[in-house]
Design a protein around this ligand. Structure first.
Ligand code: KG4
Ligand code: ZN
Length: 340
């Protein structure tokens, strides 16, 4: 069973082909990605209309590339999967429309996949795939959640952010420091040169005793520090920027680590899966690895290039669902997106 997956929820067009034959972990045959980051950078964030248009331009050439990479043709595709949501409505419609058209033309079933389920299951494509059950820390640009995962489709939300997501906190703080969009990786790089204890920034809800998060106050605290430095000395030095970046990263990571440990303790589970764009953060990985090693907890990550949005995770999630007869397949061209 070969599944073609199409991701177009935001600013990356991703296409991939996964082989989900049998009941073993599905195998990635080929994947291709086009990032729109450089196109949106001039605007400091994603421009939805531009995103949709670029997905239209990219999706078929990427599909051809993926098929060529696997040495296969469209006729070899058994199921077409696409990201149903959440995401930008116009962007999602591109993937959904192309998936429905391919399904209708090839007479193949089409399956809509939840974007977060794709992220959550992406570590199954790594060399060291996890086993169920596990606690999942899902940290992306739009979501920050802790979940108990007993199997594909069996997800219990343990806690989530009450305001901004962790990736949003990275991106908004980075913007305040004058870094380009998307700020997470830039802030993380700048932080390598700074002192994490240089600025006292808040760790909201750190002691709430629940696996919940709040990051909105952090960007305000960063803004306050930037303004104070500008008023005091007319500007912010390179060293201060690096210190502020390191302090911001440390604040976000400390909360993510502490809440992950709390969720592990609450559930009694000894396995943690980290997924979503922020899962690429080096400091987060180091801190989580150290804390989990002390507690004999195994941590699993997606491969670095599959942390951020991609088509492989969508094809994989679809294949895992289909192996368990869980997919709500449609035939004949109808499709649906769920932006929220
Ligand atoms: O999962 P993702 O690609 O898209 C969403 O579904 O949101 O996550 C994107 C987020 C952005 O906020 C980006 O800044 C953040 O992940 N990110 C990082 C790093 N790489 C990506 N944040 C911190 N450190 C990184 N190395
Ligand atoms: Zn994502």
């Amino acid at each position: 069973m070969r599944v073609l997956g199409i991701e177009s929820s935001c600013d990356e067009t991703g296409v991939a082909l996964v082989d989900g034959s049998g009941d073993g972990v599905p195998r990635l045959l080929s994947h291709a990605l086009h990032s729109q980051i450089s196109m949106h950078q001039a605007y400091g964030g994603v421009v939805p209309e531009l995103a949709s248009r670029d997905h239209i331009r990219r999706v078929l050439p990427l599909t051809r590339e993926v098929l060529a990479g696997a040495g296969l043709s469209l006729q070899d595709v058994d199921v077409v999967a696409y990201t149903q949501g959440p995401g930008l409505a116009g962007a999602l419609l591109v993937g959904a429309g192309v998936a429905a058209s391919l399904g209708a033309a090839l007479d193949r079933p089409v399956l809509g996949v939840h974007h977060l389920e794709g992220h959550l299951l992406s570590p199954f494509l790594s060399a060291d795939p996890p086993e169920f059950p596990f606690v999942a820390l899902l940290v992306s640009g739009g979501h920050t959640q802790l979940m108990r995962v007993d199997d594909v489709g069996s997800y219990e939300l343990l806690g989530e952010t009450i305001d901004d997501a962790a990736g949003e906190a990275f991106d908004k703080s980075a913007k305040l420091l004058g870094l380009p969009y998307p700020g997470g990786p830039h802030l993380s790089r700048l932080a390598e040169q700074g002192q994490a204890d240089a600025f006292a920034l808040p760790r909201p809800l750190l002691h709430s005793g629940k696996p919940d998060f709040s990051f909105a106050g952090l960007k305000t605290a960063v803004l306050t520090q930037v303004r104070r430095l500008e008023q005091q000395s007319g500007g912010i030095t390179e060293g201060q920027r690096a210190d502020l970046a390191a302090s911001t990263q440390a604040a976000i990571v400390e909360v993510l680590v502490k809440k992950s440990l709390l969720a592990l303790k609450e559930t009694g589970l000894k396995r943690l899966v980290v997924a979503g764009g922020v899962g690429a953060n080096r400091h987060l990985r180091e801190q989580l690895n150290a804390a989990c090693e002390r507690r004999k907890v195994r941590v699993h990550y997606p491969e670095l290039h599959l942390c951020t949005d991609n088509g492989a995770m969508i094809a994989l999630a679809a294949a895992l669902r289909l192996q368990r007869d869980m997919g709500a397949l449609t035939r004949g061209g109808g499709f649906e997106v769920r932006p929220r």
